[in-house]
Every structure is written in C-alpha cells, then in structure tokens.
Design a protein around this ligand. Structure first.
Ligand SMILES: *[C@@H]1O[C@H](CO)[C@@H](O)[C@H](O)[C@H]1NC(C)=O
Ligand SMILES: *[C@@H]1O[C@H](CO)[C@@H](O)[C@H](O)[C@H]1NC(C)=O
Length: 357
C-alpha cells in the first residue's frame, strides 16, 4: 500500500511531465511556424524595398547625367585682369562645345546688385540663373561681385572661376585704358580721353585716378555683396575674400599665367573648355587685348604705392591667390621638354567588398 501510494503519484508526475513536454513541443513548433512566416514576410518586404531603392537609383543615374548638363559657370571678372582674353575663349568654344555664354551687363558697370536684383523670386538674378534651363550649360561673365547663391535657398550652386592680377599692374592698365582705350575697340571714346598725364605724373601729383583707394578692387570682388567688403582697407573684407577664394571658387588663375589657368580649366571642366589650351596657344595674339600707350611705372611710383596699407592688403590677397594657384598647378600638371601636361587620374579604388562573383 505504501509502495502503491508512492508509485501512484510518481506515475501521475511522469504523465504530467510528459504532457507538459508535449505541450512545450507543440508550442515551440507553432512559434517556429510563426517565425518562418514572419521571415518570409520580412524577405518579401525587403525585396520590395530594394526594388524601390534601385528604381530610385536608376532615376538618379539619369538625373546625374543631366546634372552634367545642368552646370552654370560664373566668371565674375575684375576689370583689367586680361579678362577679355579668357572670355573670348569661351565665345570661340561655345558653338563647338554646345554651351551658352551670357554677358551680365550691369548698369553703369556697378558690381553690386540691389537686393531685389539679387533675390526677387523667379525674375531676378539668382533664380533666373539657376532656373533658366534653355541656357544650360551656361557660362556667365560680368563685372559683378561674388554673390552667395546658397543664401537664397535655390538648389544647385553655380561654379565660380576667376583671374587675379598684380594690383599695381591692374591699376596702371586701368589708368591708361580710361585714357587711350585698347586695340579691342579702338574707335570707342574713353572717359578720360585727351588726358595725357602719365601714371607716374599722376602718382607724383597725388591725383585721384591713381590713389591707393583705387587699388581696392580684387578684395571686394571676391568678398562680395556685404557693406564691409567695400569699406576700403577692411581686414574683415580681406579675410572674407580669402575664404571665398578657397571655398567658393573652383579655380582662380593669374593674369601673368593665363595659359596654365586655361589648361587646368580644360582638364577640370572639359564640358566647356575642351580645346581651350590649343585655341589659346595658336591664337595667342587674337585673344590678347592690349591697352595702347601703356607706360610701365617708374621705381619711385611703385615705392610710393607700396607704402600704402591698401596696397599691402590687396597685395596680400594677390599673393594668397598666387600661392593657391601654384599649389593647384603643382598637383595638376607636369613639365616635360618645356611643355606642360595635365596629369592623368592618380587615384583608383581597391578592396571593394563584398566581391562580385
Ligand atoms: C550695357 O548696357 C548699357 C545700357 O544699360 C549699354 O549702354 C552698354 O553699351 C552695354 N554694354 C555692352 C558691353 O554691351
Ligand atoms: C531669365 O531672364 C531672361 C531675360 O531677362 C528671360 O528672358 C528668361 O525667361 C528668364 N528665365 C527664367 C527661367 O526666368
């Protein structure tokens, strides 16, 4: 009896354990089935997602193709930096390379646009340039100060390029240009025509047309549309101009080394400048615009201008641009037998995982 009592509960216990084990198995099986269906569902969802992403990416491929056609280049040229020579290359190439060239003619050659001219939606400069599809790809040039497009909430910034020149050389060139014009439009009457005073005489007499304030031009052109940019001698303007030069400009060349500028630009923007170096080399004369009657300034004239703080700042900016250009050039071209060559692609990808079988 005693044995039975102990055996009986043992039997029940065994049965209970068995039933419990069975129930666990059944439940586990159900869970596995649910898990399996969930996995199937997840895989299906993932496949749909991938398909959607790929479809979108396919769209992006087409839109990035048209992006190459969507380029707008702005050359906000500083007066008397041999800018016409470079602009003429663009005019000579636009037919063959299929892009548009547009001159931004501001009234009275004022390099600062009014706020409504800059930004009034749809009609004025920023929106007009970015949305004028029929003109793209487009090369705009004109004597306008740097304008920050991102400030106006438009999509796609233009590509800025420019050329700078030794500040005294530039002023001397401008001085004689106002008096004698150039061989480009020889018949045109100039503002100071008839004034026979040389640049040296002007500096010696402290005349207004050769005053150090007149040197303040490349800094404000690169600085832009802020009041402080046009505050002659402003250190802030100088720093802003430097920052824009390296951050906002694709390439800034030097008048003194225009051929190298054209060559690098051709390598960077072939869509516009394919054939430019060749054209520049063969047609050097036709692309050069010379101010007639230009007399180089005397030593004492230069020494006198060097004493001005305005010259020191404009010169600091010019040297900054020079160093940057030479740095870019050193990494872009090599000289061989007296000729320059653009370097081929010098990077490649490796260790691309997962492997494509
Ligand atoms: C620019 O426009 C003015 C009129 O606003 C005109 O007199 C001048 O000739 C134009 N300049 C050029 C280079 O076409
Ligand atoms: C841009 O301006 C020009 C001339 O003012 C005009 O003919 C053209 O339709 C404008 N384009 C856009 C997209 O607004």
């Amino acid at each position: 009896m005693r044995i039975l009592r102990t055996v009986m509960p043992h039997k029940f216990q065994l049965l209970a354990v068995l039933a419990f084990g069975l129930a666990v198995l059944v439940i586990e099986n159900q869970i596995r089935k649910i898990d399996e269906s969930r996995e199937i569902l997840e895989r299906t969802v993932a496949r749909h997602k991938v398909a959607a992403v790929e479809q979108r990416r396919g769209g992006q491929v087409t839109s990035s193709l048209s992006q190459a056609e969507d380029v707008v280049v702005i050359y906000n040229r500083v007066p008397k930096t041999a800018s016409t020579s470079f602009t003429n290359i663009a005019y000579d190439l636009c037919g063959k390379n299929r892009f548009h060239v547009l001159h931004i003619n501001t009234s009275k050659n004022n390099p600062v646009l009014s706020l409504q001219d800059q930004a009034r939606p749809l009609v004025r400069f920023v929106h007009n340039v970015t949305s004028w599809q029929e003109m793209k790809p487009a090369f705009y040039h004109g004597h306008v100060a740097y304008l920050d497009f991102s400030k106006y909430g438009v999509e796609g910034k233009p590509t800025y390029v420019n050329v700078v020149r030794d500040p005294i050389e530039r002023l001397v060139s401008y001085y004689y240009f106002l008096r004698f014009g150039d061989d480009y439009r020889p018949g045109l009457r100039r503002r100071k025509q008839g004034d026979k005073k040389t640049f040296d005489e002007c500096v010696a007499a402290g005349g207004p047309d050769c005053a150090p304030e007149k040197l303040w031009l490349q800094i404000p052109f690169f600085c832009g549309h802020h009041s402080e940019c046009w505050n002659v001698g402003s250190r802030w303007a100088l720093e802003e101009a430097k920052a824009n030069l390296v951050r906002e400009y694709l390439l800034v060349g030097l008048t003194e080394e225009l051929e190298d500028f054209v060559m690098i630009l051709e390598a960077v923007l072939p869509r516009f400048f394919k054939g430019a170096s060749q054209l520049y080399r063969t047609g050097k004369k036709s692309h050069l615009r010379k101010t007639t009657e230009k007399k180089p300034p005397a030593e004492e004239t230069i020494t006198k201008l060097h004493q001005s703080d305005i010259w020191k700042m404009e010169n600091e900016f010019y040297e900054f641009a020079q160093e940057q250009f030479q740095f870019v050039r050193a990494h872009a071209v090599r000289e061989k037998d007296g000729e320059l060559f653009v370097l081929a692609q010098s990077f490649f990808y490796e260790k691309i995982y997962p492997k494509v079988s």
